[in-house]
Design a protein around this ligand. Sequence first.
Ligand code: SF4
Length: 500
Amino acid sequence: MSESRTYLVKTYGCQMNEHDSERISGLLEADGLTRVDDEAEADVIVLNTCCIRENADNKLYGALGHLKGLKEQNPDLQIAVGGCLAQKDRDSVRDRAGHVDVVFGTHNVHRAVELLDHAAEHGPIVEILEATARDDAEAFPSALPTVREVDHAGWLTIQIGCDNSCAFCIVPAVRGPEISRPFGELVAEAEQLAADGVSEITLLGQNVNSFGRDLALGRRQVAASEGGADSDEDLGDAWWCGERWTDDRRARPLFGDLLRAVGAIDGVHRVRYTSPHPKDMRTETFEAMAATPEVCEHLHFPLQSGSDTVLAAMHRGYTAERYLEKLAEARAAIPGLAVSTDIIVGFPGETDADFERTLEVAAAAEYDSAFTFVFSPRPGTEAAELLEADPSLAVPHDVVVERYERLRTVVERSSLKANLSRVGEVEEVTVEGPSKKNPSVLTGRTRRNTLVHFASSDPIKAGSYATVTIVKGNTNHLLGELLEVTIPARHRTRIPVAAG
Ligand code: SF4
């Protein structure tokens, strides 16, 4: 490809997709392309799709309809569609939008440039792999160049896929089974991020806290096939936990081990992770969070429903009581812990009594914030099939709307209470830049993941750390007064990725 070519990556969906987009941008730049913000100036446009969110199809085909006009004006424009929706819809993407040059799935992001080159020479191509090969190092993000959206904060994909089967979720079908990346490789990548000036690292996975389960299982299988050998040499480097050797070698590495190891890296100031599954949450993770000052006091703990009947229908693997017990354990272990959640309203068959239980559990959990969703069937999921087989299970729209509002009231009450309790506290914030609504004030994020708006007479570079006194608490944010910049930003220049 010539050096003068340009590209634009548009991202739909979750953080995993945003991270994949950073990798796609990195690959394109490594191939000599330059990023532009305007579609009309791009030689290559990549739409990185998601089928988890509502109306994903409409958004994709709406965008492709718009791009058709551009392609007619500029026949050399290459259009690629990747991500979950491409993985799921495969050939039908080109059936519905014949002007697409390349369709690639979630398991071959690393092939994006080769596929574009192939299409330029031989015509349109669809390449969807069914799974990521465990031994294909190139398929894992560490092997790929990256263009990070924000310079001071970086994602570290520690695991791909998911072994669960939540009835509402398409992830296992489009991302495949769980594969954890080797512990040593992750620590090396985190060290490289820190060396590049990244001070906040978010560990990313579909079921992030079950990290290592497949590694430990794989080692046990190897040991068994080799006659039960379990010496240190047989077990590789995986139980080296950053600063120490563990006693319990065969169960390693645990997710908590990784938290400790990443937190111990020079230059890493904050560690976060998303998204964990309550059923896989272990005491060791809470202990590691408490023992590692760099790990932020924030836990995203998706409830989904407070009704045991609905939780069972969703295949979530815990009851409301067990969930609340684990939450209490987390709060006891980690002082000042902020908790956020995801809750779905109107899952097929959800009764008034089920919903009342969700309200009770949400009130008891006293969330700092919550992402509340109205259930909408995703094609290919068990819940969608259930609804198709028995449409009477659908919760009427007006009932869902009313439930949603009642849940929002409960969640906002606890959010406001949590934010009011911070007034008078001194909090550390990462400076993110000018506020979107009011550019004359700066926005920062506390360790508890709450936004704080505050004024500063001097400009402060994004990625710096500062202390502020909290002077007001609102439902969704705090107001603060700047005390001092404690750590100036040390990263390089920002090169953003366009979001769709
Ligand atoms: S744990 Fe459930 S919701 Fe999360 S990715 Fe896996 S199947 Fe989907």
